[in-house]
Design a protein around this ligand. Structure first.
Ligand code: AMP
Ligand code: ZN
Length: 114
């Protein structure tokens, strides 16, 4: 379920603190530690998946849940005028943390480049 040496698994287990904005049995959302926009949230599955590339048909509902949380959490965090969803995937996709995560960015522009 969780991976020993994974940063986001440690956040799920509470071993590393995070600023949680949402949690249910499958999903956790928290503030990005280095925000690239006034609103910058990360939505992650509690179960470890390396990236979007390793997700399959079994995870269809989980992925749908994560995506549908984006507009709700963006709005609650104050991004009332639109938002951007980013899923960096693999080396060339710029993925640094190898635990699937959905970036939700919003708030008044300009933003830092992501
Ligand atoms: P990515 O480049 O798509 O893998 O994004 C990883 C994101 O995780 C970056 O935006 C980091 O700022 C963020 N991040 C790294 N460590 C933490 C942490 N301990 N708590 C919250 N966000 C983090
Ligand atoms: Zn993990």
């Amino acid at each position: 379920m969780q991976k020993e040496d994974c940063l986001f698994c440690k956040i799920v287990k509470g071993e590393i603190p995070s600023k949680k904005v949402y949690e249910d049995e499958d999903v956790l959302a928290f503030k990005d530690i280095e925000p690239a926009a006034p609103v910058h949230l990360l939505i992650i599955p509690k179960q470890h998946f390396d990236s979007l590339e390793t997700m399959g048909k079994t995870e269809e509902a989980l992925l749908g849940k994560m995506l549908l949380l984006a507009p709700k959490l963006a709005k609650e965090a104050g991004a009332t005028n639109g938002f951007r969803v980013v899923i960096n995937t693999g080396h060339d996709g710029g993925q640094v943390v190898k635990h699937l995560h959905v970036h939700v960015l919003g708030g008044p522009r300009p933003w830092k480049k992501l």
